[in-house]
Design a protein around this ligand. Structure first.
Ligand SMILES: [Zn+2]
Length: 61
């Protein structure tokens, strides 16, 4: 392959690499401790946020 991408700032390369990892399904989940109660369901839940792309997921039970 001769299709070499031009040089970018390390920070941008790092972000791009992380985002690529996220797209592959490997998010870096961190627990969001601020919101751990689902008012609608009336029960405790755990919200996790990806520190790379900001995606969130909720786990309960
Ligand atoms: Zn992510």
């Amino acid at each position: 392959m001769s299709n070499v991408l031009p040089f970018k700032k390390p920070s941008q390369r790092e972000r791009a690499r992380r985002t690529t990892v996220c797209r592959s399904g490997f998010h870096k989940w961190e627990v969001d401790k601020k919101k751990q109660f689902d008012v609608k369901r009336g029960k405790l839940i755990t919200i996790r946020r990806c520190r790379h792309c900001g995606a969130t997921k909720v786990t309960g039970d």
